[in-house]
Design a protein around this ligand. Structure first.
Ligand code: ADP
Length: 473
């Protein structure tokens, strides 16, 4: 596939240099994209601004059928889109199909929800005044997305932006632009007007700089590393852009002695090994109450040892390759650091290179809080497990992080669970649940995990400006 950039309804960039897109499972080139920079980004912003004049004036009821047509086309093309995801980032094909359904769910949910963007009428203290509050689309939006969910991270931003009347310039990750291009081709087929969606690929730094410093852009929505998030925040200070930042995480999971142990083991495995551990909300460290520690470890190891690693297009595979060599080396570094400081590998512990970079699902025990793996995002298929005595101890160790995205805990006690949920300093809490992401729920983090929420009514509100009209009568 030869990908181009998309501006004002046209596929452009014939003259631009090409970049290769690689399959991380086979190290083969599966397509090319164009290397755009500042001038193409400027053009995309101008096109989005022009389209905003008409798109923002449509009613949500007029935008609804267009968005639903896009949603339906995505589902009709589920198999081929899923194959593209697996080919460009490696996840098992079943997970890619799940991602397409999840990605489409943002479009239908926000297309509906935009019909319920209400203003307010406030009783005034002055008899001769009426107070009206109205909500309007914020303007041109810039979206920068990561490679780990090539479809869902895009639609989670594009759907609320478009449904609320904004237009958008998107820059997908250089590793996974082909899924983005295919999604946008379908948006054109659905009849979404020219200029409403624009796509630039290529030089991330140059494109990012233009998107953050161009005063036409009124909102930046970014999912990626905390490091790049901080940089974009600094750059956009100049233009005072509204920001949604969904950054790194380091999710703890607390397993209490009254938990259903088998269910907790399954949820931890589902959370940790999905996408080979390359998700920002995956379980990164497990705290198990000391009374059930041995039983939990035994059950966990039995199941983890059975997980099948390999190429994602093989239907039997549960854990695909890591995205690249750097990711592989980080996993190795975390395991080496942990074992050097006294941790024990109970299953897995090693990787192999077979054109792509693969890592065995790994369980580490005897871990301590000073190990790198207990402090930094691993982004790989490794679970470090330790024990705790009291809930207060578990909560305090879980909260001891600069991140605050997702946290999990397992207990059958309502009082105990509510206490833990209230004390955890995380934006997303999975209570007896290892898969909390839903289009209708607010997703996002506290502390250095970011700003704002995506999904739910919060995820729509963030694309709206509030206007107050004081009417003298
Ligand atoms: P990861 O380490 O998971 O690749 P990044 O934060 O580096 O996370 O990348 C997430 C997204 O941010 C990608 O689309 C990438 O191209 C983009 N990106 C990386 N560096 C910059 C930058 N300096 N300015 C703008 N975007 C950037």
């Amino acid at each position: 596939m030869e990908g181009k950039i998309y501006i004002n309804g046209e596929w452009l960039g014939e003259q631009l240099p090409q970049l290769k897109v690689m399959n991380p499972a086979t190290n083969e080139c599966i397509g090319t994209i164009k290397q755009a920079g500042i001038s193409e980004t400027k053009n995309a912003i101008v096109a989005a601004n022009e389209a905003f004049r008409t798109w923002s004036k449509k009613t949500p009821h007029e935008r609804f059928p267009l968005l639903m047509e896009w949603h339906d086309l995505i589902l009709q093309n589920k198999q081929s889109l899923a194959k593209t995801i697996t080919e460009e980032m490696g996840k098992p094909i079943k997970e890619s199909i799940g991602e397409i359904e999840y990605a489409a769910s943002f479009i239908s949910w926000f297309a509906e929800e935009a019909k319920r963007i209400y203003g307010r009428s406030i009783p005034s203290r002055a008899r001769n005044k009426r107070i009206q509050v109205m909500k309007q689309p914020i303007g041109v939006v810039a979206a920068i997305t990561p490679w780990n969910f090539p479809a869902a991270m895009l639609t989670r931003k594009m759907a609320p932006a478009l449904a609320s009347g904004c237009t958008i310039v998107v820059k997908p990750a250089e590793e996974t632009p082909l899924t983005a291009i295919k999604l946008i081709e379908l948006s054109k087929e659905a009849g979404i007007s020219d200029g409403v969606i624009n796509l630039v690929t290529g030089d991330a730094e140059a494109i990012g700089k233009e998107l953050t410093t161009n005063s036409i852009v009124r909102k930046l929505t970014f999912t990626g590393s905390t490091e790049v998030g901080k940089l974009l925040m600094q750059q956009s200070a100049e233009t005072m852009q509204n920001l949604s930042l969904e950054l790194g995480g380091h999710a703890p999971a607390i397993v209490c002695e009254d938990a259903k142990i088998d269910e907790a083991v399954n949820a931890v495995i589902a959370s940790k090994f999905r996408n080979a551990g390359q998700t920002c909300i995956c379980v990164n460290r497990v705290y198990v109450q000391h009374t059930i520690y041995e039983e939990f470890i035994t059950k966990l190891i039995q199941k983890v040892a059975k997980l099948k690693v390999g190429r994602g297009l093989d239907e039997q595979v549960q854990v695909g390759p890591l995205i690249n060599k750097k990711a592989y080396e980080k996993v190795k570094l975390h395991i080496d650091d942990a074992t050097r400081r006294g941790a024990t590998v109970r299953v897995g512990g090693d990787g192999y290179v077979d054109k792509g970079y693969y890592f065995q699902p790994t369980v580490l025990i005897d871990v301590t809080d000073d190990m790198l793996i207990m402090k930094e995002e691993t982004f790989g298929p490794v679970i470090p497990v330790t024990s705790f005595q009291s809930d207060e101890e578990a909560i305090s160790r879980a909260n001891h992080s600069c991140y605050g995205l997702a946290a999990y805990f397992f207990t059958e006690s309502m009082a105990r669970g509510l206490h833990i949920a209230e004390e955890l300093e995380y934006g997303i809490i999975g209570w007896n649940d290892g898969a909390p992401s839903m289009a209708e729920a607010p997703f996002g983090g506290m502390k250095e995990s970011g700003i704002g929420r995506e999904g739910g009514t919060e995820g729509l509100e963030t694309y709206l400006e509030t206007k107050y009209i004081s009417l003298g009568i």
